[in-house]
Design a binder for this molecule. Structure first.
Ligand SMILES: Nc1ncnc2c1ncn2[C@@H]1O[C@H](COP(=O)(O)OP(=O)(O)OP(=O)(O)O)[C@@H](O)[C@H]1O
Ligand SMILES: [Mg+2]
Length: 261
């Protein structure tokens, strides 16, 4: 059995307004799948809905992963199934250090029903070693481990922290929502290398981005275009180049028959 993420006719309301209007999309196991599309087309809404954010009201459709319709699962259950979301706008959590947050997240993932959490918890020495190693790969200073989550972090530091979470939690289905935005040239490369390093044939990765630039570093197998709450095009990496050169109006015209929508 392959572990594709299969989204069927997904409809989602936000604040009583329909934002996703029947999304059909499959992220195949072993692929990096880029999702592009104009501002406000519903990309982040899709990302949050996959992760299980409670503000996103699903009014129709299914999301299948590892034999389950994950819409029936809570966000933490989805996480345990291997689903991970790197936020477009990471939130800060004053009072919770990066190290404590990551350890709690790993332990929550390792927890098993009916077992004492102490039995399944990651040994502290092993955790510290892993954290040091992964921070080193992302060229993050050790002091970040003691800082409060995203509190006072620069835009680029926040994005690196999202990759650090991915490296530590080792998801099988990673959704990266504009992990490239606000990064300088070096940070972009470091973050992209982080995604590539963590990518395995067992994984599916959905990379939401506006720019071909990121896709020079993270080579997508498939590129999909979202527009007005639907996936309207799918192609290979060349589709991203075409969008970069021509913008979105030509697709709009083809799909909706005019460029004004
Ligand atoms: N909490 C909310 N309340 C009202 N409208 C919302 C809310 N969240 C999202 N929307 C609306 O849903 C639409 C889709 O937003 P979404 O963030 O999914 O777009 P996006 O494709 O990620 O855009 P961007 O490329 O700018 O990140 C937008 O029109 C947005 O204003
Ligand atoms: Mg967005």
């Amino acid at each position: 059995m392959t572990n594709d993420l299969v989204i069927k006719d997904l409809r989602v309301n936000v604040a009583d307004q329909e934002i996703l209007k029947g999304v059909n999309l499959t992220i195949k196991q072993g692929t990096i799948h880029a999702v592009m599309g104009p501002n406000g087309s519903g990309k982040s809404t899709l990302a949050y809905t996959i992760a299980g954010h409670p503000n996103y009201e699903v009014t129709g459709g299914e999301i299948w992963y590892k034999g389950q319709n994950i819409l029936e699962l809570e966000a933490d259950e989805r996480s345990r199934l291997g689903v991970f979301l790197a936020f477009q706008y990471p939130v800060s959590v004053p009072g919770v250090s990066v190290a404590n947050f990551l350890r709690a997240a790993i332990n929550a993932q390792r927890a098993e029903e009916g077992k004492d959490p102490k039995e399944t918890a990651i040994p502290i020495a092993q955790f510290r070693k892993m954290l040091r190693e992964e921070m080193g790969k992302l060229q993050m200073d050790d002091s970040f481990a003691r800082r409060y989550l995203n509190e006072g972090f620069s835009g680029g530091e926040k994005k690196r922290l999202e990759i650090l979470q991915m490296s530590m939690l080792k998801p099988t289905m990673a959704v990266m929502d504009e992990t490239d935005s606000g990064l300088d040239i070096d940070a972009l490369r470091i973050v992209a290398e982080g995604v590539n390093r963590n990518f395995t044939p067992e994984m599916g990765v959905m990379v939401i981005t506006h720019y071909q630039r990121l896709l020079n570093y993270i080579k997508p197998h498939v590129v999909s275009v979202m527009m007005d709450g639907q996936i309207v095009r799918e192609g290979g990496p060349e589709l991203a180049l075409e969008l970069e050169a021509k913008g979105y109006d030509w697709i709009r015209e083809e799909v909706f028959g005019n460029a004004s929508k």
